[in-house]
Design a protein around this ligand. Sequence first.
Ligand SMILES: [Zn+2]
Ligand SMILES: [Zn+2]
Length: 117
Amino acid sequence: MCTGYIFKMACGHEQVGFHERCYHECKRPEGKVRSIEDACTACRPNHTITEICRHYDDLLDEQTTLYSRALRLDDHAKAREYYSNIVNLRVGRKYKINEINKDFEMDVDKPEKPTED
Ligand SMILES: [Zn+2]
Ligand SMILES: [Zn+2]
């Protein structure tokens, strides 16, 4: 049997690493299995975006509730305040997601460094 480790990632994928290979070249090594509270590299941008959306959705829900309550109570000052919070949250979410996509593309498209002699 090959020896190594298996990480069970939060996204449902497994990351497998080998310490030593035997002549069977097994797909899965004998060794430690650990659960990791993180997504694998391939899933990380999506995973992060999902987390961000969830985070902002919660905040937006809260502000939207406050906003409609303020409207019902004819509290226009408060309503304006909550409304601008909602707009800011929407802009913030879009900005964050753009940033992550940009980072990820940079990671993927990074050209090979020329080797120095
Ligand atoms: Zn093996
Ligand atoms: Zn994954």
